[in-house]
Design a protein around this ligand. Sequence first.
Ligand code: BDR
Ligand code: CA
Length: 329
Amino acid sequence: MDARRHKVIFDTDPGVDDAMALYFALAHPDIEVIGITTTFGNVSVEQAASNALYLTHIAGFEIPVTQGIAAPLTIPPPVPPAHIHGADGLGNLPERLPVPAALDPRSSAQFIVDMARAQPGEITLVAVGPLGNLSLALALEPGLPHLLREVILMGGTVQEPGNVSPVAEANIANDPHAAADVFAAPWKLTMVGLDVTHRVILPLALFKEIADKQQHIATSTLHHAVAFYADFYSGLYPHVAQIHGCFGHDVLAFLYLVQPELFGLARGRISVITQGVEQGQTLLHSGELQGASATYRQAANRFSQVCMQVDADACKQTLEETLLGNWLA
Ligand code: BDR
Ligand code: CA
């Protein structure tokens, strides 16, 4: 395999920024998306799977798509945020082309396990929705952390205020028990949370430029979806309204994959609060557990990496150059 090319399973709830992330991954020469696993979150899991099939089909790609977990492991299901992503998750598209492709019949968790067993050590899992599929995959195959190359997830926050409560980020809050399972597992894990995604504001004009220069149904669909999303974020944050833009959230996970040098990292154990008013909060403990008993150390979560700083201008430039590249049929 080309050493620079990352084989990726993309776990997602598309979702406008998920669509942006998917197209970045499809467009980037160093990323090969070998499967898309879907979850509830921004929309129902049925809609998420349908959106993943649609987005790949109109861009001219044939990639296996699975339908995954439909609800959180323990807490009641959240109401999908139609005011952020549209009722269809893609900014309420006025029409859709028919899609001949069908779903892969496996569950998302089974697909992840099958692919990881077939290509041990080669696959990176990029997860940008609630983490139930990963939790179920761990239950099916406890050795999964040693079969995957690494996990990069968009979710959580350390210092930045939350986006669904003063302390919690949406993907973690939507299934805190699943997130707790994922942070406890012994994989190489990097968290790309609001500490960096709130630093990267993408102007709607960027997506208009891409749709104008690269005239294609995929780029016009993305422009339509981002316009809806940018209206929401510009209505919420005055500094985002100034440039009429939105946060890139999920695409930052892929930017970290291909250009980790654009990010500043902290290391530590991440725990998740699963109940009470702080439900969904991610806490970073950076100490080495000196003085803790061996039993405690074994039970404590493994070290993860957390993105705390980002070169926002360089991220925007890579996003623009990648989406303006030669990736559409
Ligand atoms: C995350 O929540 C979802 O709404 C977005 O798609 C992103 O994954 C941001 O908090
Ligand atoms: Ca998402």
